[in-house]
Design a protein around this ligand. Structure first.
Ligand code: ADP
Length: 255
């Protein structure tokens, strides 16, 4: 049995007096495709942001790829992680956000090459070669010189996926990546994610309201409510035979 690539152990997180996560634990196996579903405000996005070190935790431990995320082990002691450690750990993870987040004054190609050149010191020619492969994979190679403002939301999101892949992460996080898109643009983004799932062995965590997609895409569904995992299981079990009343109520409303 391989070790989990993500191990979240009793983490807690409050915003002011509001406790979003209260002793949450979960594990993700290498290559697993996981969908996090549940009502708005239940803490799903916060978990992704914590894994990406965009939010700190108040308590608990997180291990990624066998290493502590927020702590460094030195001489048998656990010390708070320094920036160097965090930068290295962040390179294991790529994230795509709800609202595109492309650099608006950089062309598509530069958006994808910037991080490998800056954080990994990759030479421009190598970064551009890799970026063109990734842009080809998401069907955006012909727009390499376009500016973000010239692109549709679906195209921007496909570039954002290529950009997140440019550092060759082991784990990809998708935070409601289609919820700001016009309905006719949703499918082109989902298709890219399907392709990634089929053609790579990356571990993928997805927060989504697209229940049909979650069903087809995920190996395992986690249903969240108020910062807790209320129910988890295979897509067919969760969607067809939810055991918990809260899951049943949520799915009745949404499907
Ligand atoms: P979900 O993704 O399940 O909709 P979130 O993780 O986005 O839930 O949010 C959980 C709760 O935490 C929400 O009530 C939200 O308003 C609150 N929250 C999230 N981020 C912040 C923040 N930076 N400051 C204050 N409250 C926040």
């Amino acid at each position: 049995m391989p070790a989990p690539i993500i191990k979240i152990d009793s983490i807690s997180k409050s915003f002011g007096s509001f406790k979003v996560l209260d002793g949450l634990s979960m594990e993700v196996m290498p290559g697993e495709k996981l969908a996090l579903i549940g009502p708005s405000g239940s803490g799903k996005t916060t978990i992704l942001r914590i894994l990406m070190t965009l939010e700190l935790i108040d308590d608990g431990h997180i291990q990624i790829d066998g290493e502590q995320l927020y702590h460094v082990e030195r001489n048998g002691q656990l010390l708070p992680a320094d920036e160097r450690h965090l930068t290295r750990m962040r390179q294991k993870i790529g994230m795509v956000f709800q609202l595109f987040n492309l650099f608006p004054h950089k062309c598509v190609l530069d958006n994808v090459t910037l991080a490998p050149m800056l954080t990994k010191g990759m030479p421009r020619a190598a970064a551009e070669k890799r970026a063109m492969e990734l842009l080809d994979m998401v069907g955006m190679a012909d727009k390499a010189k376009a500016m973000p403002a010239q692109l549709s939301g679906g195209q921007k999101q496909r570039v954002a996926i290529a950009r997140a892949l440019a550092l060759s992460p082991k784990i990809m996080l998708f935070d409601e990546v289609t919820s700001a898109l016009d309905p006719e643009l949703v499918e082109e983004v989902l298709n890219v994610m399907r392709k990634l799932a089929d053609e790579t062995d990356m571990t993928m965590l997805l927060v989504t309201h697209e229940m049909g997609f979650a069903h087809d895409f995920a190996d395992r569904i986690l249903f969240f409510d108020r910062g807790r995992i209320v129910e988890e299981g295979k897509p067919d079990d969760i969607f067809r035979h939810p055991k918990q009343e809260r899951t049943q109520t949520f799915l009745k409303k949404i499907i």
